[in-house]
Design a binder for this molecule. Structure first.
Ligand code: ADP
Ligand code: MG
Length: 449
């Protein structure tokens, strides 16, 4: 394999860790390396749109950061040319454009800042708590535990804390690790029973001024790592060092985790991020379009915001697709609904999946591991009764069917039973975190199907 192909592969791999899969497929994967010219990796694309998108500062950074990250001494910069420009570029002796290379490896994605974080009712508490921690690490909420579904901004917030703290004091020792990295570090430290490795691991994590561990749900059933984290936590906590965790669920709902760790997780402030409401989705789209320097009409923004509701990563992906399609069609503004619908046909299809009493009940039964006969039947064991009530709640919440029909559907139960169940769960969602989580989990299951 050519040197440039090998290096480009590594760079691509690094890029893929930091961009959405849509961005990756649409832009980065469309480049082909053809040579290294004066330390510059020469990348070719047949599409002008790919070249112009990737030459915006936002995307340039992804490539530059990846170049700095991969281990090589040959490539320090790159240039993107179109197929038409290839011949003239390769015959010219001097590289045409010079860009300044900054040598420091950034620890945090500089796109993920508090300024770039759009706030709405779904995430304002998490954002305020994180901001307070960033302003006053160790003396605000400790630990801060942020939980919520995928693509809702947890990692963004951790990077925002990192960026903020470093901008105030670049000497702060911040350790940001995915839980996977932490677990790997721990396993590595045990290899060959070398005590100095174990020592190194402990020192690394315990010297942190701020420790941020992303996605701690992956600690499930990893006992050794849990123990290591437990001790790290205690040391840092006693030394008043800031600790921040994220997870896809509330600590109490983390199965396969030691109780003592769960209780540490909850000993500071626990906040959630939920799916963004319509206004927030609109604001996010406006902000992202603006950042990408792309004009998009209000109607189209509204349309996408209405249709793509699951999470922010998907909203971003949808916008990237729309931009791509507009570029292909030589439009510098999205105001053509038909074109947008064409661009988003896969995403929109997802939304037209059937949702009815059966699909909801199936999800509830799967969650509680019971059969449909049981949920419609007369058994009143705690598990089944709860599943039934949640089913009633969800059907009423997600579909507009008369209460009577819900009763008929669920084994001819009468109207008052349905009202009772609906009101009970509504109440419990407010007062009981566990029920809230169960309902959310099932809703997520239904929306994913
Ligand atoms: P999570 O870690 O919760 O899975 P991420 O932090 O990776 O989610 O967010 C997914 C994408 O959505 C990122 O590109 C992030 O910048 C963006 N994002 C999430 N929340 C917001 C927000 N409130 N404002 C702007 N962008 C957001
Ligand atoms: Mg994340």
């Amino acid at each position: 394999m050519d040197e440039y192909t090998r290096i480009w592969k590594q760079i691509l791999e690094e890029i893929s860790k930091n961009v959405t899969s849509v961005d990756y497929d649409m832009w980065f994967s469309k480049l082909e390396p053809i040579s290294i010219n004066f330390g510059k990796l020469v990348l070719v694309t047949s599409l002008k749109s790919v070249q112009s998108i990737l030459n915006t500062p936002e995307y340039q950074k992804y490539i530059m950061n990846a170049i700095k990250k991969v281990d090589n001494t040959i490539v320090s910069d790159y240039i993107i040319i179109t197929s038409d420009e290839k011949d003239s570029y390769l015959t010219s002796k001097e590289p045409k454009v010079e860009t300044v290379i900054n040598d420091t490896k950034p620890l945090f994605n500089d796109k993920y800042t508090f300024d770039n974080f759009v706030v709405g009712s779904s995430n304002n508490i998490a954002k305020s708590a994180a901001f307070s921690v960033a302003q006053n690490p160790g003396n605000s909420f400790n630990p801060l535990f942020i939980y919520g579904g995928v693509g809702l901004g947890k990692t963004h917030i951790l990077h925002a804390i990192g960026n903020y703290v470093l901008s105030n004091n670049k000497n702060t020792n911040i350790i940001y690790a995915t839980t996977e990295q932490f677990v790997n570090d721990y396993i590595e430290s045990l290899r060959n029973n070398k005590t100095d490795k174990v020592y190194e691991f402990r020192e690394k994590y315990r010297k942190a001024d701020i420790l941020m561990l992303d996605d701690v749900q992956f600690l499930q059933n990893k006992e050794g790592s849990q123990e290591a984290l437990f001790h790290t936590f205690n040391d840092l906590y006693q030394a008043k060092k800031q600790i921040v965790f994220t997870s896809d669920r509330h600590p109490r709902d983390l199965a396969g985790l030691e109780e003592r760790l769960k209780s540490r997780f909850q000993s500071g402030l626990t906040v959630d991020i939920s799916s963004p409401d319509l206004e927030t989705r609109i604001a996010i789209l406006q902000k992202k379009a603006y950042q990408k320097n792309f004009n998009i009409s209000k109607n189209i923004i509204y349309f996408i915001a209405e249709k793509i509701t699951s999470n922010i990563r998907e909203i971003e992906g949808a916008l990237s697709k729309v931009i791509f399609f507009c570029q292909l069609n030589n439009k510098d503004c999205a105001d053509d609904l038909e074109l947008v619908m064409h661009a988003l046909k896969d995403e929109l299809n997802m939304d037209t999946k059937v949702l009815n009493m059966d699909t909801i009940t199936d999800a509830v039964c799967a969650y509680y591991n019971i059969t449909k006969d049981e949920i419609k039947g007369t058994k009143k064991t705690k598990n089944i009764a709860e599943a039934r009530q949640i089913d009633i709640y969800l059907i009423n919440d997600m579909l507009s069917v008369p209460l009577m029909s819900i009763g008929q559907y669920l084994g001819n139960r009468d109207h008052s039973t349905i009202i009772y169940a609906r009101d009970k769960i509504t109440e419990q969602i407010k007062s009981e975190g566990r029920i809230r989580m169960v309902v959310k989990d099932i809703q997520n299951m239904i929306n994913k199907n």
